[in-house]
Write a protein that binds this ligand. Structure first.
Ligand SMILES: [Ca+2]
Ligand SMILES: [Ca+2]
Length: 175
């Protein structure tokens, strides 16, 4: 009986070692994925959750490009910001006012396809809601992108150096 126990114990011990070694690549992979996901969030100021969305405001000033920046927002699980209603525009307007540093802050609205018809770049649908500030949009020197300020939106040329705002829907974890 005693001998059997020893053998049994050895088997368990061996088993534990094997399990640990087989988990090692997965642990390494998880480590890499964690670093990668953290890196994706570097370079943004994140808001709290408002109506099921977070807003990520880029920190760097760089030449704005709709496709490129919308792609960056997709890496965060979102898209360039678009407004469902006045409430959402007011929230984002106050966020860019409070965030550190200066703008302009680009949104996902554009009229590059047809002058004066503003649509959302990510889904190519007519913009649900947008409110320009006084005397805007003026299409000054062919301005087809849209920036946000607390006082309202302004059309601006697309390639200017600026920051941008991503809208990231928050995944609801089912209990
Ligand atoms: Ca325009
Ligand atoms: Ca303008």
């Amino acid at each position: 009986m005693y001998g059997r126990h020893v053998v049994y114990g050895d088997k368990i011990f061996t088993g534990v070692i094997t399990v640990n070694m087989s988990f090692l690549p997965i642990l390494l992979l998880l480590g890499v994925l964690t670093i990668a996901s953290v890196q994706a969030y570097v370079g943004y100021s994140y808001s709290g959750v408002h109506n099921g969305r977070r807003y990520a405001i880029s920190k760097e000033h760089e030449p704005f490009n709709l496709a490129k920046m919308n792609g960056r927002c997709k890496q965060l699980g979102g898209y360039l910001v678009q407004f469902d209603d006045s409430n959402e525009q007011v929230i984002v307007g106050s966020l860019v006012y409070r965030v550190k540093g200066r703008g302009p802050f680009y949104t996902g609205l554009t009229d590059e396809e047809s002058e004066g018809r503003f649509y959302t770049y990510n889904d190519k649908k007519p913009a649900k809601y947008f409110k320009f500030r006084w005397f805007q949009p003026d299409n000054w020197w062919n301005e087809d992108c849209v920036t946000i300020w607390p006082a309202g939106l302004n059309d601006l040329r697309c390639g200017k150096r600026g920051r941008y705002v991503c809208e990231v829907p928050v995944q609801i974890v089912q209990g």
